[in-house]
Every structure is written in structure tokens, then in C-alpha cells.
Design a protein around this ligand. Structure first.
Ligand code: ATP
Ligand code: MG
Ligand code: ZN
Ligand code: MG
Length: 486
């Protein structure tokens, strides 16, 4: 009797600093397991209390996504995870099955030992976003390509003290590009990234295409392409792009491009841009955090900007992101912070000092949860009214309230600076439903697609100190690099 190879139950999907994400092939869902040393760090005398603590922290993630992130971004983009209790041994069994497919640099960190917190009895379950979700009817065949972009901070705070002239303000260097100098100094990646977030969020198709090419060329941990959930292009597994292109567009015969003179890699990027700029028919996100018409920003470090003649940019064409597309949502929520770390850090210190004398007030501020709508987004509305008034005359309590609001906006913005956008694409021969929307390319080929935002964990209040120190390190490394060049 022929033996049939046992199908794997678990497959590796990805991992970050705090979670290991594995697909359960039987359930067709994804488990996000808490990694060691990142959860339940509060003093817990025994394993049970640590497990309880981790469960509570994961519940906080669900609350934050439900009450803050989903209202801001919309339920089309934010799929809520389900917190589940897992049986003993499940995470170890799952990890054993995927050990060979984990990236080498991650495995090295844990020297072959298990990476999931062994004490944890909980995990978050999500749909597998390497596949297209949300369609009425799914085709039974056809490979799926998924593209993950971790865009990082996509705007520059205007820095009054630096910008003596208007032109200077337009041509500063963005945080991401500055951070690259520190990463180079610390030897974190083999190659400096050529990506600049401001280009991706520009709404200018040519500039966006340039930034996606840069991401594909130097992905670091900001870009990844998977084929049926398995990484085919990313920081550590740089395969030939062709496998992705052939899957979507068919084999390239005799150098002909199926009647299209545009190279196939650019055709793929065109599709990704279409998905990033598409507006879902029904998305119920709050619209009162709008992308106010900000002037186009250019980063001095961007290779696109450097390629262009400066006079062209200054007389520049104006682009805005279409309202309701994923990039506009992400950027709007990032923009909720108007202070940046330099403005927020003194508020953080003020609150810390106040808490030393009034520790009882801490719980009513909800800075580390509970994450309910009223205390997080309700107060942001209130904050807007307050900042219109004359701050100097506010009583101390009002100043504290305003500081709490500003800090919350900062923390929300930080979540959005760390999230990932997942785009899944599958070519189909025909529309299976008139209700669903499809992408079409210039040849008339059809694609089902979905766009989601993942990794929406709340940032703890005391992380502001870490951000402050990190920012100082970034500035120092940047100044050193600039000095060297002069
Ligand atoms: P970071 O270090 O960026 O904070 P993290 O530890 O919070 O990351 P996530 O970003 O949530 O973890 O997940 C790690 C990776 O797992 C993602 O970058 C993505 O590649 C993959 N992933 C997460 N959720 C899903 C999902 N629902 N479907 C498919 N892949 C997923
Ligand atoms: Mg992540
Ligand atoms: Zn930049
Ligand atoms: Mg994260």
C-alpha cells in the first residue's frame, strides 16, 4: 500500500520581537504565540500567576484593537483576534514542526531552544492573511501572493527650531532614514535600506513605485513576499522574484511580456499600488481623524528626491492620498501625534513626577489600560477643544488631563509606526460575485485581493523613556555620519 506523506499541521508564518506566528493548516487559521521575555514581566511569584498575567496582557491587545484601532482604521482593515486558552504542550509541538523553516537569525538568538513563553496557556487566533479574505466565494485553485510592508513613520514633524527657511523645512531627513545610520553603525543589516516612507505615502504613483522597488531591493524587515504563506522574498530568503511573477502573470515566453512592454516586476508593483490606494466599499472607520491637507513632504535622504531636480519638486505637483485607502488611514492615525518624542518626553516626566505623589490617580488615566473607547478616543476629542484655549491659564489638573491626552495620542501613533500592511493577491479567471471588488491590470487580468493591518499592540506608558533614549542614539549616529561625510 502506498504511503501518503503526512501533511504538516503547523507552518511558519512570521515572527517579530514579541510574537511567533504559526498557521494551523487543519483549522486554516493563524496562532500568534507570546514569545519568552516579552510578556508577563511584572513580578509573578509562580508559573500560574505569570500565565494569568500573560492572558490578561493578551486580553489588553484584543481590547486595544477592538476599542481603539478598529474604530480609527475601520473593520475592513482591522480583523479582531480571538483570545484562546491552549492545551499543555501545544506550542512546543507547533514549534517543533516549524523549527527548520524559521529564519536563521531568529533561531540563533534562542540557540535552538523554544521561543514561545513556556508558561503561557494562551494565544491569539487570527485569519491567515497570507490568503485573500472577505470574498463571498473562494476559488478552489490558484496560488496566492501576499506582500507585507512595515512602512514605519511616514511623515516628518515640522521642526520649528531647525527650519529657518521654508525650503529647509521641506527637505529634512525623515526618522526612518536617520535610523538607518544607527543600524549601519551597529551592523544590524548587511545593506542600508534605500526605502523612504515619505515616498510610499506620497500618493504620487511614480514616487510610490520607486519606494516599492527600494523595498524589494533592500527589504530588511520592512518588506516580505510570500507564496501560499511561504516566504519567497525577504530579508533572509532572497529568492528570484521570477517565481512570484510567473505565479501571477504566467511564464515569460521568448522574452515577450504577454503583450505588455512594462517589465513584470513593475507590473507587480503596479498591482500592489492599486491595492494600497483602493478604497473598500464599506469601511466603518472613524472619519473624524482626517488627513488634513498637509503639504507634500520630501526627505532629503530619499533616492527619489535626490534623483529629481530640486526646482521640479519645489514647483511640485500636488498629490494627496485618496481618502479611505489603507495608506491614508495609517498616516492619519500616525499624525494624531503632533509633538514627537521631544514634545512628549517633558509631559511624560511631568506625569511621572505627579504620580509619585498621587499614585491613586494612575488607574483613572488608563495609560496602560483598560483600553476602552471613552477614555482613549473620547479624551482625544476633549483634548482638541482644550488645545484651542490658552494653555497658560489652565489649572494644574487641566494640564495633567491635557498631558495624558497628548501622551495617549503619541502612544497610538507609535502603534501605527510599528504596524504591518498585508496585501494578498490571487489571480482569477472570472468574477464569482458582483458584490466583491477586484483589481484589473492593463491587460484586463482579474485579481481577488484583500488589504489588512496587523501588529496593532498597545505601547506601554513607560516605553516613552526607551523611545527618548533611542531617539538620542539615532540623532547621535546621524550627526556622526554627516560629520564624516563633510
Ligand atoms: P514586531 O517585532 O514587528 O512588533 P510582533 O512580534 O508584534 O512584531 P507580528 O508583527 O504581529 O509580531 O507578527 C510577526 C509576523 O507574523 C508578521 O510580520 C507577519 O509576517 C506574520 N503574521 C502576523 N499575523 C499574521 C496573520 N494573521 N496572517 C499571516 N501572517 C501573519
Ligand atoms: Mg510586527
Ligand atoms: Zn526618508
Ligand atoms: Mg508588534
Amino acid at each position: 500500500m502506498a504511503t501518503v506523506a503526512k501533511q504538516k499541521k503547523w507552518m511558519f508564518r512570521g515572527e517579530g520581537n514579541c510574537s511567533l506566528v504559526l498557521a494551523n493548516c487543519e483549522e486554516k487559521s493563524v496562532y500568534r504565540f507570546p514569545k519568552k521575555n516579552h510578556w508577563g514581566k511584572e513580578n509573578c511569584p509562580d508559573a500560574q500567576s505569570k500565565a494569568d498575567r500573560i492572558h490578561m496582557e493578551l486580553q489588553s491587545v484584543v481590547d486595544y484593537m477592538t476599542n481603539i484601532m478598529q474604530p480609527l482604521l475601520g473593520s475592513y482593515y482591522v480583523v479582531l483576534p480571538v483570545l484562546v486558552a491552549i492545551p499543555d504542550g501545544l506550542s512546543e509541538e507547533a514549534e517543533r514542526e516549524v523549527i527548520s523553516s524559521r529564519p536563521a537569525h531568529r533561531k540563533g538568538k534562542e540557540v535552538q531552544s523554544y521561543t514561545v513563553e513556556p508558561v503561557s496557556k494562551s494565544a491569539l487566533i487570527l485569519p491567515d492573511l497570507s490568503y485573500v479574505i472577505g470574498y463571498e466565494v473562494s476559488p478552489t485553485t490558484g496560488a496566492t501572493i501576499s506582500v507585507e510592508i512595515k512602512p514605519k513613520k511616514a511623515f516628518m514633524h515640522s521642526n520649528e527650531s531647525c527650519s529657518q527657511s521654508k525650503n529647509l523645512e521641506r527637505f529634512q531627513v525623515c526618522k526612518f532614514c536617520m535610523h538607518q545610520r544607527l543600524k549601519a553603525k551597529e551592523g544590524q543589516w548587511p545593506k542600508t535600506s534605500r526605502y523612504c516612507p515619505l515616498d510610499l505615502f506620497s500618493g504620487d504613483i511614480e514616487r510610490m513605485c520607486h519606494s516599492l522597488l527600494a523595498l524589494a531591493d533592500t527589504p530588511q524587515n520592512n518588506f516580505r513576499i510570500c507564496l501560499n504563506g511561504e516566504e519567497v522574498h525577504g530579508a533572509w530568503r532572497k529568492h528570484d522574484f521570477n517565481i512570484v511573477l510567473e505565479t501571477l502573470f504566467g511564464p515569460c515566453t521568448n522574452g515577450h511580456n504577454n503583450g505588455n512592454s512594462r517589465p513584470k516586476n513593475l507590473q507587480l508593483l503596479d498591482l500592489i499600488i492599486k491595492a494600497l490606494l483602493s478604497v473598500p466599499e464599506s469601511n466603518d472607520g472613524r472619519t473624524d481623524v482626517p488627513l488634513v491637507e498637509f503639504p507634500a513632504q520630501y526627505c532629503q535622504n530619499s533616492s527619489y528626491v535626490q534623483q529629481q531636480q530640486k526646482h521640479q519638486l519645489q514647483t511640485g505637483k500636488k498629490f494627496t492620498l485618496v481618502k479611505g485607502c489603507v495608506l491614508e488611514r495609517v498616516l492619519s492615525v500616525q499624525r494624531m501625534d503632533d509633538l514627537d518624542i521631544h514634545g512628549v518626553f517633558p509631559l511624560y516626566q511631568k506625569l511621572e513626577e505627579h504620580l509619585q505623589h498621587h499614585s491613586e490617580e494612575s488607574s483613572s488615566w488608563c495609560l496602560d489600560g483598560p483600553y476602552d473607547y471613552e477614555s482613549w478616543l473620547g479624551s482625544c476629542e476633549k483634548c482638541e477643544v482644550q488645545t484651542c484655549g490658552n494653555n497658560c491659564n489652565l489649572e494644574k489638573q487641566d494640564q495633567i488631563t491635557e498631558a495624558v491626552d497628548k501622551v495617549k495620542r503619541f502612544l497610538i501613533s507609535k502603534t501605527m509606526q510599528d504596524c504591518s500592511i498585508m496585501v494578498a493577491l490571487q489571480r482569477v479567471s472570472e468574477k464569482t460575485s458582483s458584490k466583491d471588488s477586484y483589481l484589473t491590470d492593463p491587460q484586463g487580468r482579474l485579481y481577488r485581493f484583500s488589504v489588512s493591518i496587523i501588529d496593532l499592540d498597545p505601547k506601554p506608558f513607560n516605553k516613552i523613556l526607551t523611545y527618548y533614549r533611542q531617539d538620542a542614539k539615532i540623532s547621535k549616529a546621524y550627526r556622526e555620519a554627516v560629520d564624516k561625510m563633510q
